[in-house]
Design a protein around this ligand. Structure first.
Ligand code: COI
Length: 353
């Protein structure tokens, strides 16, 4: 099934149970196998799919010192019998290459990434949740394994793909508080890369937002603290007067695959889409004027997550729920239909396993 040579060693002690597969919290349980491929001496080794197990590392791999660590997130959807499709692995591969370049890491080859994903899904397909909306969440990750302290790009890396059976990420609308103390990204920084450090730096903000009764923060730009950038771990889009407005990709925002897919489907439906700067004041003014029809976070894990409460300093609004005929809800339904095979895949987004 793969043009890439992948050595597969199957577990002799499978852990799969219906409960683990269907009721585990998001990302709480990994499937029985993992794909591993190491990079050394200027080239990638032979990838192997092996039983999920602890792996030896030097005591202080370079990722722990200087942070060369990147990852991706994508999903596989069930098809009849034992089939499955992976959603846009080529897009995730392109983004991972961009992350590699930004973090001075060697590029992950397309066949290692895409054929590796297909092979791993085939091996652990029986972990696909048997619940409505259940998927396999794939997490490709790459990190520096070199053993040195000089500050320079590592000469050794590990690429691996692990996988979790998942259901919905959020159970309802997502409440956000605009972040005023911390920033996620700034011009020239790493905001557009999916690097571990971006997430590490966001955790304290998330924790403080949760202590205040919100799910996460609404990230504002790092210079003026005025322009909306991201919704916690997701991109964000607003519906204002019938137009979908979303922050333009300006180098500080992660180029989300779900964001791109939703915008493409909106344009297919003839909905006006405006990728531009949008200030936090404009959001509150649109709400006051009655033109803010709703907003949603867009991400692989959460897919399309309606935003509920939005707070900025001492003002707070409850956004209207996205009506079933609102543009974002219709795009979300269409995205779901493509992924589940009830609508044609006109953009060639599905990759058969
Ligand atoms: C995703 O949406 O796939 C992400 O990577 C965000 C998060 C789960 C870390």
């Amino acid at each position: 099934m793969s043009s890439l040579s992948i050595c597969v060693t199957r577990t002799t002690t499978p852990r799969l149970t219906d409960a683990l597969r269907d009721t585990s919290p998001f990302g709480g349980v990994f499937t029985d196998h993992v794909l591993v491929c190491d990079y050394a001496d200027g080239h990638w080794g032979t990838p192997a799919i092996v039983p999920y197990h602890d792996m030896p590392l030097v005591p202080g791999p370079l990722v722990a010192h200087y942070g060369q660590g990147i990852f991706e997130g994508l999903k596989a959807y069930p098809r009849a019998n034992t089939g499955a499709v992976v959603f846009r692995p080529d897009a995730n591969h392109r983004r991972m290459v961009q992350s590699c370049r930004r973090m001075a890491m060697p590029e992950v080859p397309a066949d290692l990434f895409i054929d590796g994903i297909r092979a791993l899904v085939a091996v652990d397909r029986q972990w696909m949740p048997a619940i409505l909306g259940g998927t396999l969440y794939l997490r490709p990750v790459m990190f520096a394994t070199g053993d040195a302290l000089g500050v320079r790009p590592s000469d050794r890396y590990r690429f691996l793909i692990e996988m979790c059976p998942v259901g919905a990420y959020f159970s309802g609308a997502v409440d956000l508080v605009a972040e005023e103390t911390y920033v996620r990204a700034f011009p020239g920084g790493t905001g557009a890369a999916k690097c571990a450090g971006n997430y590490a730096g966001s955790l304290v903000a998330q924790r403080e937002a949760q202590a205040r009764g919100f799910h996460n923060v609404l990230w504002l730009d790092g210079i003026e603290r005025r322009w909306v950038e991201e919704a916690g771990l997701m991109n964000i889009a607003f519906v204002i007067g019938g137009t979908v407005v979303t922050p333009a990709l300006n180098g500080t925002i992660l180029p989300g695959v779900t964001r791109d897919s939703v915008l493409t489907l909106l344009r297919d439906m003839g909905v006006p889409v405006d990728e531009r700067r949008i200030s936090i004041d404009e959001v509150f003014e649109a709400h006051a004027a009655g033109t803010l029809e709703g907003a949603a976070g867009l991400g692989t894990a959460a897919t399309v997550a309606p935003i509920g409460r939005l707070r900025h300093r001492d003002r707070e609004i409850s956004l209207p729920a996205l009506a079933a005929d609102s543009p974002i809800a219709r795009a979300a339904q269409q995205l779901d239909a493509v992924r589940t095979g009830t609508a044609p895949d006109v953009h060639g987004w599905l990759c058969e396993v």
